[in-house]
Write a protein that binds this ligand. Sequence first.
Ligand code: ZN
Length: 684
Amino acid sequence: MLPLTLAACRANRTVQAPDAIPPGRPIILITIDTLRADRLGSYGSRLGLTPALDRFAQRATRFSAAVSQVPLTLAAHTTLLTGLHPARHGVRTNDRFRLASHVPTLAEAIRGRGYTTAAFIGGYPLIASSGLSRGFDRYDDEFLKKPGVVERPADDVVDSALGWIEQVRSGPFFAWVHLFDPHSPYTPPPPFAASHSGAPYDGEVAYTDAAAGRFFERLQRLDVFTHATVVVVADHGESLGEHGERTHGTFLYDSTVRVPMLVKTPDSSASRVVDVPVEVADVAPTLAALAGASLSSIDGQSLLPLIGGAPGDPDRPAYAESYYQNILLGWSPLRAVRTRRWKFVEAPRAELYDLEADPYERQNRIDDHAALAAGLGRALPAQPDSVAAHRAPAAAADSEDRLRSLGYVSGSTIATAATRAIDPKDRVNVWAAIEDGVDKMTSDPAAAQHAFTRALALDTGNGLALKYLGDWSFRDGRLHEARERYQRAIAAGFRHPDVFVNLASIAERESRIEDVRAALADAVRMDASDADAWNRLGLLEARRGAAAAARNAFANAIAAAPDRAEPYYNLAIVERRAGNEALAQARLRDAVARNAAYPEAQYELGTGYLLAKQPDRALEAYRAALAARPDSPEALFGAARAELDLGRIDEARRDYERFVRVAPAQYRQQVAAAREALREMSAR
Ligand SMILES: [Zn+2]
């Protein structure tokens, strides 16, 4: 301990030797999504976007060569919060990956030391069902419960965090604050929209900085800031068109994998720069150590020695990877090592950059330094791994739509030797066209179709482009064309449950029932968590009277999406038809517990109660059905019958009269019965 303290003093008088910091001090981790290092004044920007973060940097250790292990939000944050490289925590992209429950997390380790823990989330990819919530006493992602919502502004995240910190600050606490604003789409709020009208990404950065500044000021007034460890780090940067990449996720250039990383330890009041390579995987062991905890056998290393003044290793091979296009399209994965000076990218056409001479990585120097490149390549794990086995169930029914609104695409392709030989940089135009199409899918469908057609022209047989074009044909009712496109996508190895589900719908409209079943069986074989496909398969089996097969399919739909009400309702109908009345009622109660505003389920429930001579409960269910659908003729008729049983004559009369007014022609018999009941009532 003593030599390290001396080193710290020599290097910088006011940085406390980190291993002398007693555990129990507050720990605050701020992750700013999609923040390029070169937008911060402390990293050399002249744009003036980050006054608050620059003031913060004056009291922090600034890591000038910090590397994100993967330029995608969920995967990078999983590394940040476990200290593990993606191959070990298993989360490779944002789509359908989930942190397995056996992987220890930083939050668990810190909580194990008596800390109160909370996370305040800004964007959809980090929703609790991603698995990152484990170890947090509070995981504030409630705003994502609203359908279609994908992000909230930094000011809201900061306010929520401050409210919590005010309550817990008397004891040890760990807060993770996730600010999502710089992520696309770039829509800075006023006044930042106007002040950065030509550069909305910069506007988002400036807005986020202002929110961070407000957070720091408030922490100071709460007397938390000085005693706290505060880390500011980005999960990845943003390409903004460099190397032909619009956003992030494909390539491993510094625009996305070199991230800002600032660490302020308790009572530190001066700045220091560490220029040796470090990884975002190092954050977890650092914070664990400050809490007096440890994470065993991880990939990251504690930064405390470097913060204390240790020299570090300029040749440490910091790791980065992207499997995004490998998973989606079967193309080659990219893996890289970055030292202080060099970067080696493993690819079908490998790359080597001298970052000191060429920070924008424009000149591939691999032919000049083959031995150096080979040496760096040996620092990579032996073989690129296969990621198919890691895929996990989707988080929510609308997960894919929400990810798409953030520019992320879903699906996967069975990789072959031929597809793995494709270098993503040789298909950069194809990917740009796909991103363009995804971007315009809602705002300008014609332009989006045009973009996917362009992608297909550049890359015949591109499964993703075929899938999206097939979706359009399907929606427009050109079913033959849709089928042809879907079948070409499947032939190209592309797999997506929508493709099979839509093929099933096409077969259904053409009354090819065996084809429907085959397509749905393909869909659930490909993705056993596809609740929609299971549910459709169940309906198909129920229609042909195969109760056991229908039950099995609905049970699988329930297992895949336990929050959804429809499979419970469908299961109830199967049981009712089979005469299992008690089971039917139980499943209907399950359905309305998940969605009280489900008129069909409430109606069936009411009917069951009426048959069981429980008119009070029947009436309650019919009323709930009417609350969801005020003119439901079935529910009006049922409610009137229940009211009659309960002797509530005026209400029964009112509901029968409404029923007679709204009932369609097929209820002729019931209308006659209602008229008869009304006559009897007026005769009393
Ligand atoms: Zn991100």
